[in-house]
Each structure stands twice: as structure tokens, then as C-alpha cells.
Write a new protein. Structure first.
Length: 177
């Protein structure tokens, strides 16, 4: 019998001071059986960092042809393609051909090695690559509950996340802009 995804429901009070964007987001995220809690929480955080009316979560790991998040223009073109993790440069190259903007959020223990090995291949691409420190993501994952009220405040490459069970700060660096 196939394992089913675990469903998480987030009510997020989002304050993005950098973009003057304020919203209440109601996200339902299906954690794929092979997806770590850390990766799922990075998807939630990437959603907050890039929040806009047309941004949606995709089926994620279960659909290789799609990114983790994307936004479409009114005429159906892909305006924003967001991958979480350490994708192959060929995948990102393909995404830059079909999307107006491509972003990658790298986050785990192999992130530094991935970047050292792949950096030269990303230089000619129009993608923006970010990296979250692994300890910050581990702290974020420890806050996860199946149903959560979260406050996320974004300012200057950092997100302050507060929940009923605790709080943490997740910073990021731009590896390639």
C-alpha cells in the first residue's frame, strides 16, 4: 500500500518589510512521504518570501516536470519558477527558458558542496540562487505542527518566525543574483 502525504495547514500573518507586502495566508501543504520536514518548511518559507496573488504550491516531489512553487501570468505563461533544494543545472537551465524568473532555495547539509560543484554551470543562467543555513532550517522544522498559526516578518534577507510553540530566525544569502 502506498504511503499518503501528511497534510499541514498554516495560517500565516505575513509582514514583508522589504516589499511593503502584508497579508494573511492560508496554506495547505501536502508533505510527500519521501519529503523531510525541513524541506517542507523551506517550501512554506519560500512561499512567504515570494508571496503574491498568483503564487501557488505545486505537487512538488511527485511531479518532476513542475517546480515546488510557481506563479503564472493572466495569459498562462510562467512568471516565476521556484525550486527548493539542490537541483541539477540542466533543470534550472530548462526552467530559465520557460519562465520569466527562476529562483532556487538551497538549504541542507550538502548545499555548500552542491554550490562548489555546480557554481560554474549556473553563471550563464538567469536564475537567482539563495542559500539558507542548515541550523536555521532545523530550528524552523522543530516548530512544525499539523495545524499552525504563524507570524512571519521578513526584513533584509532574514525571516523572523513566531509560533505558539516557539520562534526562530532564518537568514539567507544570495549565491547568485
Amino acid at each position: 500500500m502506498a504511503l499518503k502525504p501528511t497534510i499541514y495547514k498554516f495560517k500565516i500573518a505575513l509582514t514583508d518589510l522589504d516589499r511593503n507586502y502584508y497579508d494573511t495566508l492560508n496554506l495547505t501543504i501536502a508533505q510527500h512521504p519521501s519529503e523531510t520536514l525541513e524541506r517542507m518548511m523551506v517550501r512554506m518559507l519560500a512561499f512567504c518570501i515570494n508571496a503574491q496573488e498568483s503564487l501557488t504550491l505545486t505537487k512538488g516531489l511527485s511531479t518532476a516536470e513542475e517546480p515546488d512553487l510557481w506563479a503564472h501570468t493572466p495569459d498562462g505563461r510562467i512568471a516565476l519558477w521556484i525550486d527548493v533544494g539542490e537541483p541539477a543545472s540542466d533543470r534550472v537551465k530548462k526552467a530559465t527558458r520557460i519562465a520569466q524568473m527562476v529562483k532556487v532555495y538551497s538549504f541542507n547539509t550538502k548545499s555548500n558542496v552542491w554550490w562548489i560543484q555546480e557554481q560554474a554551470k549556473f553563471i550563464p543562467l538567469t536564475a537567482t540562487i539563495f542559500q539558507f543555513p542548515w541550523p536555521n532550517i532545523q530550528a524552523l522544522a522543530k516548530l512544525a505542527q499539523r495545524t499552525m498559526d504563524i507570524s512571519v516578518t521578513i526584513s533584509e534577507e532574514s525571516a523572523y518566525v513566531a509560533t505558539e510553540s516557539g520562534e526562530c530566525e532564518v537568514s539567507w544569502v544570495m549565491l547568485k543574483g
